[in-house]
Design a protein around this ligand. Structure first.
Ligand code: NAG
Ligand code: NAG
Ligand code: NAG
Ligand code: NAG
Ligand code: NAG
Length: 405
């Protein structure tokens, strides 16, 4: 996880955006420091030093002698810094690091416009892994949905759509079957069975074509079933939803861990603030001689403060580790979901194409079915029919003659 990289970014200061540079504290007499240096006190009561011309910051009281190198305040690695106290003792201190972070549901993000520019993991691809990092508020604004949940919902919807398409094709098949049944039933109808001649032949062919057409539609419906409906229905069985649940639980678990790590950081930070306040009060009391606190007391308070700081560091480290694990899993899993969606769309596309192919075939078949009917209709010849009919049914061609007396 490189999202919180940048030297001034420390998750535990999230939401409590502190820039101690904006809060100048009590100033020590300027003549104690080399030119340009000033001393400030952080809200936690720790003193640090800023060089206004070089913009250098340091924990260590700057001295004119060049032999003591300055320890920079903000560094990439926030390991405990050595600091020398008023008594010349070296101790470690954890100032609240300058922080430019935003915390949303226990995930830390850079503040808009702050920190190094983030590059997309997969530029120009609109990849799932780049666009679902924040939780989404539902329309009522009451609960929020994790970005990953949005991706899972898309998968579930896709599965539902696939199922509904199979259902639709099933209805289409039923129409086709019923149509075929009606056609073949009608082709057996005795209506006009006694038509004769060339017209009778054409009529018989027409009735027969209905039967053949019925066959074609039946074949179409069978193919629709085996080559479209069934694949749509069986694509990704029950295991699919189980797999999604597994992903869901996995990512949700990591988010839960992250939340508890975050709570740990908050607690440790509060403890540190308390310790530092305590230290400050004691130091002040010593300075204005309000009490007879000894050097020992202050050293003790300082040790406790350092310990609290160590605790905080450990908690931040654990938080960082969990967030980084979550980040990695989010990337891998969302890319897996992306792959699944591409497969789903291509699978459906392929089978809808099969539908149109079969449908064209049906048209071509029933074309060939009507062709003989057309042929015979062209041959219909009223004169020929009359000839035939007359030949069979004539009642005698000898005409009557006039009476002859
Ligand atoms: C089949 O015939 C029945 C009546 O016999 C009719 O109600 C139904 O709509 C017909 N179906 C098709 C697909 O032509
Ligand atoms: C420290 O001050 C308290 C009162 O503020 C006093 O009772 C105590 O004796 C003092 N201790 C020493 C070592 O001076
Ligand atoms: C937390 O993570 C940031 C960013 O990866 C890193 O720079 C920092 O050192 C980490 N802090 C701790 C205490 O592990
Ligand atoms: C051919 O089949 C289609 C549907 O499959 C149908 O609408 C049409 O009436 C059939 N007959 C002809 C002559 O195209
Ligand atoms: C015409 O002749 C055919 C063949 O002999 C016969 O089947 C049919 O019944 C006859 N039609 C009539 C109206 O008598």
């Amino acid at each position: 996880c490189s999202r919180t990289q940048g030297e001034l970014h420390y998750p535990f200061s999230a939401l409590r955006i502190l820039d101690t540079r904006l809060l100048p504290g009590r100033r020590a007499p300027a003549d104690l420091f080399p030119p340009g240096w000033r001393s400030y006190t952080s809200p936690e009561g720790l003193r640090y030093y800023v060089n206004s011309s070089s913009k250098e910051t340091t924990w260590r009281r700057p001295s004119s002698s060049a032999e003591a190198p300055q320890s920079p305040l903000a560094r990439h690695n926030p390991s405990p810094y050595g600091k020398t106290d008023e008594f010349g003792h070296c101790y470690r201190s954890y100032l609240s690091f300058f922080s430019f972070l935003l915390q949303i549901n226990c995930v830390t993000f850079p503040l808009p416009g702050e920190g190094p520019e983030q590059q997309l993991l997969k530029p120009n691809e609109w990849s799932y892994c780049d666009y679902f990092w924040t939780d989404k508020k539902d329309p009522q604004g009451t609960t929020s949905v994790a970005g990953f949940e949005v991706l899972l919902q898309k998968q579930l919807k896709g599965k539902q759509m696939q199922k509904e398409m199979a259902e639709f094709i099933h209805e289409r098949i039923k129409i086709e079957e019923e149509y075929a049944k009606n056609l073949s039933k009608l082709s057996l109808s005795p209506l006009a069975v006694q038509e004769e001649g060339t017209l009778g032949e054409a009529w018989t062919q027409l009735k027969k074509s209905l039967h053949d057409e019925a066959e074609v539609h039946l074949k179409f419906s069978n193919k629709l079933h085996s080559e479209v409906e069934k694949p749509l229905l069986t694509f990704r069985g029950d295991n699919f939803k189980k797999d999604l649940k597994k992903y869901d639980h996995h990512i949700a678990d990591l988010r839960k861990q992250l939340a508890s790590r975050y709570a740990g950081v908050e607690k440790a930070r509060k403890a540190l603030a308390d310790r530092q306040k305590d230290l400050e009060v004691k130091t002040q009391q010593l300075e204005i001689k309000l009490s007879n606190k000894t050097e020992e007391d202050i050293k003790k308070a300082r040790r406790k403060s350092t310990q609290a700081g160590d605790d905080l560091m450990r908690c931040v480290d654990l938080y960082n580790q969990t967030q980084s694990k979550w980040f990695e899993e989010m990337v891998t899993t969302s890319m897996e979901l992306e792959k699944l969606e591409v497969e789903r769309i291509e699978w459906i596309q392929q089978h809808l194409r099969q539908y149109t192919t079969l449908r064209h075939e049906t048209d071509m078949f029933n074309q060939s079915m009507v062709e003989p009917v057309d042929q015979l209709l062209q041959n219909v010849d009223p004169a020929k029919d009359r000839e035939l009919w007359v030949k069979e049914n004539n009642t005698g061609e000898v005409r009557p003659v006039d009476m002859d007396i």
